[in-house]
Design a protein around this ligand. Structure first.
Ligand code: CMX
Length: 134
């Protein structure tokens, strides 16, 4: 497991949140991307070495909708870069961590991803992220 790849923030209104974070960082998002499988629209900011992902739900049954309903807007997950996601998934599941998929899934910003259930990790949803080759 390597550096923090990004921090995901659940928001109700992506356009409004983009304005807030553009003002905060004095820069515009570098990418907006819909991830149909996760039922989200994402918007990415780079601030120095740091990356922030804003997430707005596209479906009332999505993970982001449920999260906002229960906890309100805020930090939704922390993503860590990994070199070999399958090896990391195997390592973590062998240690008893609860992975949320059996195989890596395609995520936003050209990544292979896998989430670890927050009940395994002291209440924080963790994402593993491997740069996709294509
Ligand atoms: N951070 C911390 N805790 C969280 C959480 C989060 N992001 N989301 C849910 N929880 C907590 C709930 O508050 C609840 O806690 P309590 O039991 O103490 O009340 C518990 O987890 C619920 O767990 P659950 O019943 O197993 O599952 P949910 O239906 O609430 O779903 C989760 C939670 C994490 C399994 C689901 O959101 C998931 O599969 N997430 C992975 C996919 C995802 O988040 N996609 C959106 C982002 C996509 C992207 O980054 O592009």
């Amino acid at each position: 497991m390597q550096k923090v790849e990004h921090i995901g923030i659940a928001v109700k209104d992506l356009e409004e949140a983009e304005q807030v974070y553009s003002a905060l960082f004095s820069s515009q998002p570098y990418k907006r991307e819909t991830v149909a499988s996760e039922k989200v629209i994402t918007s990415f900011f780079k601030n120095g070495p740091n990356k922030i992902e804003l997430l707005q739900s596209t479906d009332p049954e999505s993970a982001i909708s449920k999260f906002i309903e229960k906890k309100g807007e805020g930090i939704h997950h922390i993503a860590f870069a990994v070199v070999d996601i399958k090896a990391e998934m195997k390592r973590l599941s062998t240690q008893g961590f609860r992975l949320l998929s059996d195989e890596p899934k395609r995520g936003a910003d050209n990544k292979w991803i896998c989430f670890v259930h927050p009940k395994s990790t002291n209440g924080v949803l963790i994402e593993l992220c491997q740069e996709a080759a294509d």
